[in-house]
Structure formats: C-alpha cells, structure tokens
Design a protein around this ligand. Structure first.
Ligand code: TRP
Ligand code: SF4
Length: 400
C-alpha cells in the first residue's frame, strides 16, 4: 500500500519545553515509525513576525533541532531540514501568489487574531498577510498527504486544500485537454463510452458518488487504455484535469494537557515551563518552589489536591500507588508538601534522562547536527525540485 507522506514544521522560538514534548514531539516520534515523515524548522515563518530582530533565529533553529533529536525524533527514519535551505519553497510561494485571491488571505482567522494579540508589533506587512500561503507552499511542494497540526492551524490546511484545487483547476489541463479527453472516451467503444458519459453526468451534475466509483471501477478494468488516456479519463470524470498539487489532509494534534508550574497550561508566555533539557538542579528548584494548596498553611493542616497544581503533575508523572499515597497523605496531613513533590521531581528527571543523554552527543559534536540537516535538506530538495518541474511546466515556464 502507498504510505502516506507526513509533513510538519515548527517555528524556532527558543528552547522547547515539556508541553511541546507531550503535545507535539511524542506524536512525531510515533508517526515516524508509521509514515515517511518530513519535519522542518520554519525559520522563514519566524521572520513573518520577527522581521525586525532576526539575529537569534539561527541559534534557535539549531537548538530546536537538538531538542527534536533529544526527544527521540530519529534522522534515520524522518527527514529533518530547514525551510530557508530549500529555496524552492519561495518559488512555489511566489508562483501561487499570482493566483491567490487577497480575500482568501484576509479571511484566515489567525490574520486578525495575531495582529490583535501582538498589538505592539507592526504586522501590516506583505509577508505576514502571506504567511498562510507560505505554509501552503511548504505543504504542497512535498505533495504531503497528512499534516499534523494544532487546532489553530486547521484553517491553514483548509486554505491549502482550496488553493491546491484552484491551482489544479487553473493549470492542471494540458492544451486541448477537453478534446483529447473526448477522443479517449471514444476509444472505450460505444457501449462503455455511453456508460462513462452517463456516470460522469450523474457525478458532475448531481454529485452522485456511487456513479463516480462505478466509473472509476470501469476504467480500472479496461486493459487496452494507455496510461495517458486513463489519466485523462479520470481527470475528465472528476472535473479536475491533471492533478499537479495534492490536497493534503490534517492530523489534529490533541491539545497538550501538560500543566505548567502554576497549574495553567504550560506555555512560554505564562513563564511556567520546564525545558526539555533543563538542568537537574533547576528542575528540583522549580518544583520545590511551586505553589500548593493555598489553604494548607501549616504542615498539620489537611489539604485538598484538587486545589493544588502539584497534584496535576502527579497525574502526568506518578503511578496509581503514588497518586493514592499523595492524595491520602494530603487530605489527612499525613505528608508534607516537600515530601509530596519528590516523586514529581523524580518522574521529570527520569523522563529527561534519555533526552539529556541523546542531546549531549550532539552538543559534544555539533557537526553531527549539521550533517543531519545537510542530508535532510538534500533529500527535501530532491522532492521539491520534482514538484517544481511539474509546476513550472503546467504554468508554461519550462523554457526548453
Ligand atoms: N504555521 C505553523 C505554526 O506556526 C508552522 C508551520 C509552517 C507548519 N509551515 C508548516 C506546520 C507546514 C505544518 C506544515 O505552528
Ligand atoms: Fe499539593 Fe501535595 Fe501539598 Fe497536597 S500535599 S497541597 S497535593 S503538594
């Protein structure tokens, strides 16, 4: 069976934290065993909002790749690369910009949302408006079938689908497509040709999916058709012409429930994070200074775990026995908060140990990371060049 290609990107915004690990990275690590995967550093995307201060982007990119590797993303299974090192993304972005209606971009919900959220920043720029189009180019250039994204990014994938459809419709026809398709229909023989026309009409006019399936099955069964004619007949049937760009689907990454140090969701903007490779001493210090049930003022006061952010971390890091011990001990004042926090500290350190170990190899020898990325960029470019050949040809830019 054809293995669906997965593609996802991440902006280099600084050290990744345990929320990223439990939300996105664990998911990538799982996917890399099931699909051919491409994961990339979206450094140009960082520029859409940080154009005035691009200096940190390179370092943040290398650090982020090390975080991925630390989390278990395996360069032997997945292709890892940096967006700006595959300039074909920019070419596709440019070509698609010619046929992207402004209204489509203005309607993408993140456009106004982000402008309001980042009010201190001037985001009335061409690049910021075009950011969903850049994301579409990232996806379409690899003919990705599945794009893992968070909920906020779903509209971008929908936008990408519409754009692919528009592109295929506009450029996916060879000159004289319709005449050639009608010629191919005649070659089916009168009986099958009549059936094909009837099924095609039922599908195109009434949206009859069964008719579509029946027609496809019929075409599939015919031996004497050339590959070109078969493709024409499929395209004519569905009204798509030739498929140059592939409409991607998305894979919703469930929102990370990882709680932060204050009980809110872990997020850099709340300043409540533990980074993937945070030092052991710092992890212990952060957990030890976490707030607990504010109504438990004295060691001898019983508390209520439901009011305590530490308890939420027990849900992530402790087994059932430890949780029973903590809950019971809290409610009866049998244990103190310092004691209660220790298994959480241990759990986090245990989770981080293999990450720290994997990262160390790359920190000791940064050329390893550079080589992984150089290889990944080369592989990605090969795929991107292939798509661009078809795109240029379909737009009449081959210059033979
Ligand atoms: N826009 C995504 C984000 O901000 C990052 C991204 C850029 C991306 N290009 C992509 C994700 C392509 C998936 C596919 O999180
Ligand atoms: Fe929180 Fe544990 Fe202290 Fe109870 S004993 S308040 S759950 S840290």
């Amino acid at each position: 069976m054809y293995a669906e290609r997965v593609l996802s990107g991440m902006r280099p915004t600084g050290a990744l934290h345990l929320g990223h690990y439990h939300g996105v990275l664990k998911n990538w690590v799982r996917l890399q065993h099931e699909h051919p995967c491409l994961f990339f550093v979206a450094d140009w995307h960082a520029l859409t909002t940080h154009y005035d201060n691009p200096q940190g982007i390179e370092q943040a990119s290398w650090d982020m790749v090390i975080d991925w590797l630390a989390a278990g993303v395996d360069p032997n299974q997945a292709t890892l690369f940096i967006q700006s090192r595959v300039p074909e993304h920019a070419e596709l972005h440019l070509l698609m910009s010619m046929m992207t209606p402004l209204g489509w971009l203005e309607r993408v919900p993140t456009y106004k949302d982000q402008q309001e959220k980042l009010a201190g920043k001037d985001l009335t720029t061409y690049g910021f408006l075009g950011y969903p189009l850049l994301m579409s180019a990232d996806i379409l250039i690899y003919r990705a079938d599945k794009v893992p994204v968070g909920e906020d990014q779903i509209p971008h994938v929908e936008f990408t689908r519409e754009l692919a459809r528009r592109f295929n419709h506009m450029y996916g026809r060879e000159p004289g497509f319709e005449d050639k398709a009608r010629e191919a229909v005649k070659k089916l023989g009168s009986k099958k040709a009549r059936l094909y026309d009837e099924l095609r009409t039922r599908y195109q006019q009434a949206g009859d999916k069964e008719a579509l399936e029946q027609a496809k099955a019929m075409l599939g069964d015919i031996q004497h058709l050339s590959a070109v004619d078969r493709e024409r007949l499929f395209g004519f049937l569905e009204g798509t012409g030739k498929m140059i760009l592939v409409e991607p689907g998305y894979l919703l990454t469930p929102e990370s429930k990882m709680p932060g140090l204050d009980g809110q969701k872990m997020s850099k903007s709340y300043n409540n994070t533990i980074t993937l490779r945070e030092s052991e001493a710092s992890v212990a210090k952060k957990i030890k200074s976490m707030p607990t049930d504010t109504q438990r003022k004295l060691r001898t006061d019983p508390g209520d775990p439901a009011r305590c952010p530490v308890w939420q971390l027990h849900q992530v890091y402790s087994d059932e026995n430890t949780r029973a011990w903590a809950s019971q001990g809290c409610k009866t004042a049998g244990i103190g908060c310092v004691e209660c926090k220790q298994p959480v500290i241990d759990g986090i350190l245990k989770e981080q140990a293999p990450m720290r170990e994997r990262a160390q190899v790359y920190l000791d020898d940064p050329t390893l990371v550079k080589n992984i990325i150089a290889d990944g960029c080369e592989k990605a470019r090969e795929l991107a060049r292939e798509t661009m050949r078809d795109v240029r040809e379909s737009m009449g830019l081959e210059y033979h």
